[in-house]
Design a protein around this ligand. Structure first.
Ligand SMILES: C[S@@+](CC[C@H](N)C(=O)[O-])C[C@H]1O[C@@H](n2cnc3c(N)ncnc32)[C@H](O)[C@@H]1O
Length: 454
């Protein structure tokens, strides 16, 4: 640390009057000035994140800080900041391949990693109320934290839990080889626009096998793994998927739309070998998991807790038990989780229409904030004293709606303190003008995280 910075720190302290110097002076004795606990907490957090520019060298500084003011529940004005920098992504090593399961609206593993690493220790409980594909809990598991995950859509558990129980590739091959897949089977719905008839037969057989085993309570961990990988391979835009070329990012469009895509691209579904592709994707998913990480995830699974509830109503989670929540909610009605997941729902025997009714699809900002207020009240109940909530919101309507600014008062209303808004600016250059969303109109490259502490 530079001398002037060191001095600045020391200047904030005063010498304690009653120190005994009879033994000689071995250092400088300072008694901290009395500062309110909450300010101290914030300063600590800002330092952890290297957000407090007065303390860091030029290289370490947050690229830009913008002041931001909001109101708490008693209408007092609360001053805080928006901190811009490339806090994660390119600076960090690549994420583990085990995350590579596509899901609409998922965030990069580096995002939860940043908050988990800086704000928690081994054994702390990490929670995500809008679990999606399970990015937060998987990353937390890899970092040896306890985990709780919740999502209104049961698909979330299907996609996330098996990746805590990674099978041995030989066991997986043996299990797959023992499943009889009949190429002549036909689906109960028309999926011919996606699959070659032989692939459809194999898929239908696999679906029946899994659903029967589930019904009779015989589903093994390897079966759950197969189900997770198959769900992930249903549609996509390479030969690694069971389907003909579909729209990125791997969620099936509705059948009529796919027919049009096929006509436009002059394509017909080719045969894909279901078992082979499941093996291939498994090898890719586990390629950089070490035996130790595999064991850590297995241990974490023993106490892992999954819920399938509305995020505002999670009674099974104890009061004051969660150290850190890292989450991203559905943003207004930007992603159609119901229609996007219809084919995945069919494969897993889920009633997507019924699930769709429960998924939060607020069309207006007022409706959205009302729903999220209830979520914050619940998060306040379950968060430990001094625990954190990192609430990620992206740009909506090309940056016209700043959801982060709507979220800030919600947490305050529930009783949290607002630490600040952390904006990861992936593509910004150091010299560019960072104020506002000038460089970011399309809203593709920013993650805005509103950070609260209880
Ligand atoms: C933006 S995604 C979360 C993605 C996640 N961060 C990831 O990396 O995969 C939002 C999730 O919220 C879920 N969801 C929507 N409404 C919900 C509600 N009321 N309660 C709980 N989950 C809900 C959706 O099913 C979806 O999986």
């Amino acid at each position: 640390m530079k001398n002037t910075e060191q001095k600045n720190i020391h200047d904030n302290f005063e010498l304690e009057k009653n120190y005994d110097f009879s033994d000689g002076i071995r250092g400088r004795f300072y008694k901290p000035k009395k500062i309110p606990t909450s300010t101290k907490m914030f300063t600590n957090t800002l330092e952890k994140f290297k957000l407090n520019n007065s303390l860091f060298t030029e290289d370490e500084k947050t690229t830009a800080i913008e002041s931001f003011e909001t109101k708490n529940r008693t209408n007092d004005s609360i001053k805080t900041c928006k901190y811009y920098n490339e806090f994660w992504t390119a600076k960090q090593r690549a994420a583990n391949n085990i995350h590579e399961v596509s899901y609409r609206g998922c965030f990069k593993p580096q995002l939860p990693n940043f908050f988990i690493k800086n704000l928690t220790s081994q054994g702390d409980v990490i929670y995500d109320p809008f679990l999606g594909r399970g990015t937060t809990i998987l990353e937390a598991g890899l970092m040896n934290r306890q985990i709780i995950g919740n999502d209104i859509n049961p698909l979330s558990v299907i996609l996330s839990e098996p990746r805590l129980l990674i099978p041995d590739i030989r066991d997986l091959s043996t299990e797959l080889d023992n499943i009889h897949l009949d190429k002549n089977k036909k689906a109960d719905i028309d999926i011919s626009m996606f699959y070659h008839k032989d692939t459809e037969g194999e898929l239908v057989s696999l679906r029946e096998y899994i659903l029967n085993k589930e019904k009779t309570g015989q589903l093994t961990n390897i079966d759950k793994w197969i189900r997770m990988v198959a769900t992930n391979r249903l549609t996509g835009h390479s030969k690694g998927f069971f389907s003909v070329w579909t729209m990125p990012p791997n969620q099936a469009v509705l059948p009529n739309r796919q027919i049009k895509i096929n006509q436009k691209m002059k394509q017909q579904p080719e045969y894909r070998n279901v078992k082979e592709l499941i093996k291939r994707k498994t090898i890719s998913l586990i390629k950089n998991i070490s035996p130790q990480q595999k064991q850590t995830l297995k241990n974490i699974h023993k106490t892992a807790f999954f819920l399938n509830q509305d995020a505002s109503d999670t009674k099974k989670i104890k009061n004051n038990s969660v150290s850190l929540t890292v989450t991203s909610p559905p943003f207004l009605d930007v992603v159609q989780y119901e229609t996007d997941n219809w084919l995945r729902g069919w494969f897993n025997g889920l009633d997507t229409k019924k699930i769709g009714k429960k998924i939060t699809m607020a069309k207006t900002i007022d409706k959205w904030t009302a729903v999220m207020q209830n979520v914050f009240d619940e998060l306040y109940r379950i968060t430990k004293k001094q625990g954190y909530v990192a609430f990620e919101v992206g740009d909506v309507k090309q940056g016209k709606i700043k959801l982060d600014e709507y979220v800030a008062p919600l947490g305050l209303n529930s009783g949290f303190d607002l630490i600040g808004i952390i904006i990861n600016t992936q593509n910004f250059t150091k010299t560019s003008n960072l104020w506002g969303v000038k460089n970011n109109k399309k809203g593709i490259n920013s993650n805005k995280i509103v950070l609260f502490q209880k």
